[in-house]
Design a protein around this ligand. Structure first.
Ligand code: 6PG
Length: 471
């Protein structure tokens, strides 16, 4: 008896995804270089699951039905290439290798070509939802080879999260589109996390809320229109007592954020293909800045002018911070989705953005009620370049913009860093301005570098010999 699927990489994500697949009635073999992990695989399994941990790559490959369908859940980068190098000589024509990690999309393109030369299919597939998602239903973003995708589709649909009975997985487009969509998902994830942390800071330092009160604020937000996974876990974090010291765990966690690279890639990509995503950029750079802990300590001693004035009306302040967070979050999605629209054209991915927002409604880290609104916007117009241009979305924006302005203004005048909120607002203000002062920049460029400019009143390219007033 051969196994329907194979999983390489039995770390937390691989192992949980494997159980999910097995629980849905597909037999599956697992392989890991770490034989301890192979042995442990059986401990977490139920008797109904048809699975087997195999400690040798040769035996693992031989145990799979053909065409083989092998999923990789190993760290992005070199480990993926190492697995492919060892495994491809063992495979047969028509076999399918699916990379389910957070691989860089360019790496996936290279691997597709390398494996195609051996008549093997290679696919990049984003998987979101963390440990629990992998086990109980993630959002799955496959792309590339259509033929291979069709073979996997029934399995993917059964293991994915469900929203209104529909699976949170769909074909994301050609080539490395699956990785690209997951990369942008993570960029948006960075932005939302940054914004939530700023709301927390304002509520704590400005309004002086305790962890219990913060729990209540995030609970109320989660029970309303802001319902989302990230707000929900934030709520719970404020309830977690510490086991090593007194008080709450959150207060004992060092304020230096890590990052594995997907956020940075999103920003690099946006620069590369000319899309403005400042709130995602600022989220990436804020994590970098957070690591300057020692310098921040020195600088804070040197510049201690900050006297924070409590907001006059605490209840109103809390309400406005919530609304500001909601709108800035919406604007972050708008930036990320605009990047997907442009990338789809630029790289000919043919990304169905409507399906992207549809499958992000469940299972993934950025799932939220807001995505329902985006889904209906794209259902009305699947060519929508920016969700801020949708009529219904504009209604939401208009109802919250004052709260975002007030909150950002409060942060600025009290010296509470709020880069995410400010860039979301700044992006909105620039995006909704008919005439930007960039005419002046064009004049300067032409002045010192003869870079030419266009005019508002006639066609063509112009250059002027600018006169210096000192002449
Ligand atoms: C998910 C997450 C997951 C992970 C990333 C981001 O969608 O399940 O995005 O992929 O948390 O690795 O991690 P960093 O914050 O470390 O970059």
């Amino acid at each position: 008896e051969r196994y329907n699927y194979g999983m390489i990489g039995l770390g937390v994500m691989g192992r949980n995804l494997l159980y999910n697949i097995a629980e849905n009635g597909f037999s599956i073999a697992g392989f890991d270089l770490d034989t301890e992990k192979v042995r442990e695989l059986h401990e977490g399994a139920t008797s109904e699951m048809q699975l087997k941990g195999i400690g040798s790559l040769e035996d693992f490959v031989a145990a799979l039905e053909t065409p083989r369908k092998i999923i990789l859940m190993v760290p992005a980068g070199k480990p993926v290439d190492a697995v492919l190098e060892n495994m491809t000589p063992l495979l047969s024509e028509g076999d399918i290798v699916v990379d389910a990690g957070n691989s860089y999309f360019r790496d996936t393109e290279r691997r597709i070509a390398d494996l195609a030369a051996r008549n093997l299919h290679f696919m990049g597939m984003g998987v979101s939802g963390g440990e629990k998602g992998a086990r109980k239903g993630p959002s799955i973003m496959p792309g590339g080879d259509r033929e291979a995708f069709n073979l996997l589709k029934p399995m993917l649909e059964s293991i994915a999260a469900k929203v209104d009975g529909e699976a949170c997985t769909a074909y994301m487009g050609k080539s490395s589109a699956g990785n690209y969509v997951k990369m942008v998902h993570n960029g948006i994830e960075y932005a939302i996390m940054q914004l939530i942390s700023e709301a927390y800071d304002l509520l704590k330092k400005g309004a002086g809320l305790t962890n219990n009160e913060l729990y209540e604020v995030f609970r109320d937000l989660n029970n309303g229109e802001m319902n989302s996974f990230l707000i929900e876990i934030t709520r719970d974090i404020f309830h977690q007592k510490d086991s090593l010291a007194d008080g709450y765990l959150v207060d004992h966690i060092l304020d230096k954020a890590g990052a594995k690279g997907t956020g940075k890639w999103t920003s690099e990509q946006a620069m590369e293909i000319g899309v403005s995503i400042p709130t995602i950029d600022i989220a990436v750079t804020s994590r970098i800045l957070s690591a300057y802990k020692d310098e921040r300590i020195m600088a804070s001693r040197l510049y201690t002018e900050k006297e924070i004035t409590a907001p006059e009306d605490k209840t109103l302040f809390i309400k406005e911070v919530g609304d500001a967070l909601y709108l800035a979050t919406l604007i972050s999605y708008a930036q990320g989705l605009a990047l997907l629209v442009k990338a789809s054209e630029e790289y000919r991915f043919d990304i169905p953005v409507k399906d992207v927002v549809k499958i992000w409604r469940g299972g993934c880290i950025i799932r939220s009620l807001l995505l329902e609104k985006f889904y209906s916007a794209y259902t009305k117009n699947d060519r929508l370049g920016n969700i801020l241009l949708d009529g219904e979305i504009s209604g939401i924006v208009k109802s919250k913009i004052k709260a975002l302005r007030n909150t950002a203004a409060y942060a600025v005048s009290n010296g509470i860093s709020s880069l995410g909120l400010q860039t979301a607002l700044g992006y909105f203000d620039a995006y909704t301005t008919e005439s930007l002062p960039v005419n002046l920049i064009q004049a300067q460029r032409d002045y010192f570098g003869a870079h030419t400019y266009q005019r508002t009143d006639r066609e063509g390219i112009f250059h002027t010999s600018w006169e210096s007033a000192n002449n």
